[in-house]
Write a protein that binds this ligand. Structure first.
Ligand code: ADP
Ligand code: MG
Length: 359
């Protein structure tokens, strides 16, 4: 393992008022893993990253790096590099000098420095821009310099705090792929911070969903999307319908559920869910789980309602459907022209049991 946080907690004290910013934080990051801390603004992501880097000391708990307790070590005693949102490049230095800066401080020979700078510039795609100054570079190029400057130090762990938020949408998408490519090529361990769920889903081996300083769930992108552990995760990751249901029975291998807004109120699903008879649960169903066509699907797995909105967005139609007193969101992919639901029309949508999740 590369990095471990054990029961990490951080309390800030301002004018005698204590704010718990991070608590019960437990995480193990394996060598070569790309782990993302994901959560809304103010949930404690940056504070956690700063504790890993050594810019903040935990109020309690331990940080273990490559098997060594570094909880109280200063940043320069940890083999860690951090990429900031603002890039923090030296404006008076060339690209080459910016990248070489950390190596100079390490007192490497100039031929070693030259070789390493060339090696990393090649990997991040900066060849030809050696003599430029930061102001003569585009945002994406500046981002690459910031990345190169961190990577050239060959850290045990690379930390990145919302590194793409200053780029426009298209470049952001391209840089997601680039960063992931470079991280894999160098097999470097990375902890990435973002509030953008698409970024987290598309880049990570492991996503740590945070809220109010606490971990809500740790899992791979599929798990946090398809098997959220609570309402916060279900709602924060993409669009979702959360539907009230009641456990009628928990016999044998099946859970018998009653859900008032389903066409056939009673249905059963396999018992991978920890719910007991008499319990109220919520059914998690993603908008894309619905189908218009009933082909091969049991007629009981269906909802019926009135179309409130129907928006054609090219690859899909996004509909809102009034079903008794709930509004259900659906995304119907590959629509054909004559099958786009009309507003105010009655509609039936089908889903499979496999697309349901219970919390
Ligand atoms: P995020 O990066 O998820 O947006 P932060 O870790 O920056 O969140 O901040 C989490 C909370 O901790 C915020 O409410 C912030 O105001 C508070 N906080 C961060 N740094 C300090 C500090 N040095 N003193 C007091 N409060 C702080
Ligand atoms: Mg932050």
């Amino acid at each position: 393992m590369s990095l471990e946080l054990r029961e990490v907690r951080k309390v800030f004290k301002n004018y005698g008022v204590e704010t718990v910013t991070v608590e019960n934080f437990n995480l193990t990051v394996e060598k070569g893993q790309f782990v993302t801390l994901l959560g809304p603004s103010g949930c404690g992501k940056t504070t956690t990253l700063r504790m890993i880097a050594g810019f903040e000391i935990p109020s309690s708990g331990k940080i273990i790096l490559d098997g060594k307790d570094v909880t109280n070590e200063p940043p320069n005693k940890r083999n860690i590099s951090m990429v900031f949102q603002s890039y923090a490049l030296f404006p008076h230095m060339t690209v080459e000098e910016n990248i070489a800066f950390g190596l100079r401080i390490k007192k490497m020979t100039s031929s070693e420095i030259k070789q390493k700078v060339k090696w990393i510039m090649d990997i991040v795609g900066l060849i030809g821009l050696e003599r430029r100054r930061p102001e003569q570079l585009s945002g994406g190029q500046q981002q690459r310099v910031a990345l190169a400057r961190s990577l050239v130090m060959e850290p045990s762990v690379l930390l990145l705090d919302e590194p793409l938020s200053n780029l426009d949408a298209k470049l952001r998408e391209a840089m997601r792929i680039e960063i992931r490519r470079i991280q894999k090529e160098l097999n470097i361990t990375a902890v990435y911070v973002t509030h953008d769920q698409i970024e987290a889903m598309s880049m990570s081996d492991l996503v740590v969903v945070m809220n109010n300083g606490k971990i809500m769930q740790v899992g791979n992108p599929f798990e946090i999307y398809a098997r959220p552990r609570n309402e916060f995760v279900a709602d924060f990751i993409g669009k979702v319908n959360l539907i009230d249901a009641f456990v009628e029975d928990d016999k044998d291998e099946k859970l018998e559920l009653r859900c008032d807004i389903f066409y056939n109120k009673f249905f059963s699903i396999s018992k991978m869910f920890q719910a007991k008879k008499g319990q109220k649960v919520k059914i998690v169903i993603r908008p894309e789980a619905f189908r218009l066509s009933p082909q091969g699907i049991d007629n009981s797995n269906c909802i019926k309602g009135k179309v409130l909105s129907s928006i054609f967005v090219g690859a899909a139609v996004e509909c809102e459907i009034q079903v008794s007193n709930s509004v259900i969101k659906s995304v119907i992919s590959n629509p054909i022209e004559n099958a786009i639901p009309d507003i105010d029309s009655e509609i039936k949508l089908y889903f499979s049991n496999e697309s349901l999740w219970i919390i």
